[in-house]
Ligand binder design. Structure first.
Ligand code: URP
Ligand code: ZN
Ligand code: ZN
Length: 581
């Protein structure tokens, strides 16, 4: 028999197979820090600890002075979204490239169907837009922008067949995406049936519509009218109403983009009576800038800051940082939704026509570090919690994502707490030439970013690969949202049933953990930092690779040629991407 031809390993596969050792760094997780090395193979963290035995041919990164943190998870982006007569400027390539540049290694985008459009059709469209472009892993939420029995059926299909576990509803954008209270009840009930997490855009759309009519009639047409039409009370009323509806439907709830002190106060009050977990998300924009920009005489400048809910008074950023530090809010996202200047100009004569959205996916982590860690409001552990781990928990990606531990995906940000830079549109990676954080001096940024084991920011140089990321199916019944009401009897292969609700998360006061007993429970089932867990039990998320076998094998990789990564990297190193590590 003739010799079988030697199979060549494609160069991009070789690179994804490489071994990587991160040495001398300080590993930071949501529940603690330790000096430890991290060994990565085949995109997975294989060992965390000291004096590791490492095979030859391993690249070593010296992380002396760096913090080795889980890559950021930004659970709120809008790439290639058509809204208000325009399309967002950042597509899935540029958007995820900017994300990686800033230390974020997973994003969750929103499928937003038109009213009357099939949800599954819209989902398929989003997958088509994203799959070949994403530079890091991504998951999807789906918007429920209209209601009918067919929508309910499609929600079930999306959960059972398409890896969706969260649905966004709008209480604003009247005549476009807004649902009425009766519909919100039905969507939430359906979420509970499916064990999916309902997400809410909380603003009173009817009040906004009426205020807008009055402002325009009074001759207020500029961007300042945007903020005037929707003050804090308009947001807080909707937050309260959403919480009441969720409580009545016995549903967990996640409020997206909480922008004001009044909304935080509404959340705080709701938590005293809420039966099910209640998550609050805020934005980098909220802590990094403020509503004073709406008064800027330059339309381009003021319009670039228009998003909904709007930026607030000057004392809001500090108050929101405080809310994040004390667990009134759990998550910071970006709501990245950039528009070119020509699109913002659609609202030149009428503020209600300015496409809503700002940048943030690239600067989210640095802005949080600057405003929260450098000010002493948060310690690095809480930073990891709000920028990564809490989102992983809420959307059932934890502990595969959001944690530096054996068995987790090798998504890491190697953070230099001393690196100084000034944020500017001249240096950012977005498709737009405006940055709402322009001129902000930050101390602390990533020096290396590792995406599924590949060094994509290499000593400050960006080397992403278009199409390298993969879609992350998110299973329903996230313990963080549904664990409290249903405990698994046999926990051998499942996440701990007592994964804390947002309310039960560790609370930090001036950087000091005050509820560390909970952290120990969170550790159960995981081998953390090279130490055995109390139970010695390892946990595997659905779809996660078998981690027992840590032996490098080209033949195994060839067998796995049908994996998404191997077939979807359209631009291997040397093409659009630049180089190997
Ligand atoms: O202004 C915003 N937030 N634009 C994006 C759409 C949304 O409501 O999240
Ligand atoms: Zn929204
Ligand atoms: Zn949004």
């Amino acid at each position: 028999m003739a010799n079988a031809p030697v199979k060549k390993v494609p160069i991009h596969l070789q690179s994804s197979q490489n071994r990587l050792l991160i040495k001398n760094g300080r590993v930071v997780n949501e529940d603690g820090m330790e000096d430890a090395d991290v060994y990565i193979e085949d995109g997975i963290i294989k060992q965390v600890g000291r004096n590791l035995i490492i095979p030859g041919g391993t690249r070593t990164i010296d992380a002396t002075g760096l913090l080795v943190m889980p890559g950021g998870i930004d659970p709120h982006t809008h790439f290639e979204l058509e809204m208000m007569g325009a399309k967002t400027a950042d597509d899935f390539y540029k958007g995820t490239r900017a994300a990686v540049a800033g230390g974020t290694t997973t994003i969750i985008d929103f499928v937003l169907p038109e009213k009357g459009q099939s949800l599954v059709e819209a989902y398929n469209h989003w997958r088509q837009k994203a799959d070949n472009k994403v530079c890091c892993d991504y998951a999807l939420h789906v918007g429920v922008t209209w209601w009918s029995p067919s929508v309910k059926k499609e929600m079930q299909q999306l959960v059972e067949e398409h890896g969706i576990n969260s649905f966004k509803m709008f209480m604003a954008y009247k005549d476009a995406w807004m649902l009425n209270d009766y519909e919100l009840c039905q969507v939430m009930e359906t979420c509970v049936e499916l064990k999916a997490l309902p997400l809410i855009h909380a603003e009173n759309g009817s009040i906004i519509a009426r205020n807008t009519e009055k402002l325009l009639a009074a001759g207020v047409t500029g961007p300042e009218g945007h903020a005037l039409s929707r003050d804090e009370e308009v947001e807080a009323e909707a937050v309260n109403r959403a919480c009441v509806i969720a409580n009545q439907m016995n549903s967990p709830l996640y409020i997206v983009h909480v922008m004001s002190k009044s909304a935080v106060q509404a959340l705080r009050l709701a938590r005293t009576r809420q039966k099910q977990p209640l998550f609050g998300e805020t934005l980098a924009a909220t802590i990094g800038t403020d509503g004073s920009h709406y008064g800027n005489a330059c339309f381009r400048h003021a319009a670039a800051h228009v998003l909904s809910p709007p930026l607030r008074a000057r004392d809001t950023p500090a108050a929101i940082v405080d809310a994040l530090a004390h667990d009134d809010l759990q998550i910071i996202a970006s709501d990245n939704c950039t528009f070119h200047e020509k699109d913002k100009e659609l609202g030149k004569d009428n503020f209600s026509k300015i496409p809503n959205g700002v940048n943030g996916v690239e600067d989210r982590m640095a802005i949080l570090w600057q405003k929260a860690v450098n000010t002493g409001a948060m310690d690095p552990c809480r930073f990891v919690a709000v920028s990564s781990a809490a989102a992983a928990r809420a959307f059932h990606l934890w502990p595969r994502k959001g944690r530096v531990a054996e068995g987790a995906d090798a998504d890491l940000a190697l953070w230099d707490p001393r690196r100084e830079r000034t944020v500017s549109a001249h240096a950012h990676h977005h498709a737009v030439d405006f940055n709402i954080f322009e001129g902000t001096h930050v101390i602390g940024s990533p020096q290396y970013v590792i995406v599924n084991g590949r060094v994509c920011l290499d000593d400050g140089e960006l080397r992403v690969v278009e199409g390298f990321g993969k879609f992350l199916p998110t299973p329903p019944a996230a313990p963080a949202a549904y664990g409290a009401r249903e405990r698994t009897s046999d926990a051998s292969d499942a996440p701990p049933a007592d994964t804390p609700s947002p309310r039960a998360s560790p609370v930090y006061t001036n950087g000091t953990p005050t509820e560390l007993s909970i952290s120990n429970k969170q550790m159960e089932g995981l081998s953390v930092s090279g130490c055995s867990t109390p139970t010695g039990r390892k946990m595997r998320e659905p779809g996660q690779r078998d981690l027992q076998n840590s032996t490098f094998s080209i033949s195994q990789e060839l067998e796995g040629l049908d994996t998404k990564t191997s077939v979807r990297v359209r631009n291997p190193p040397g093409g659009k991407s630049s180089g190997l590590w």
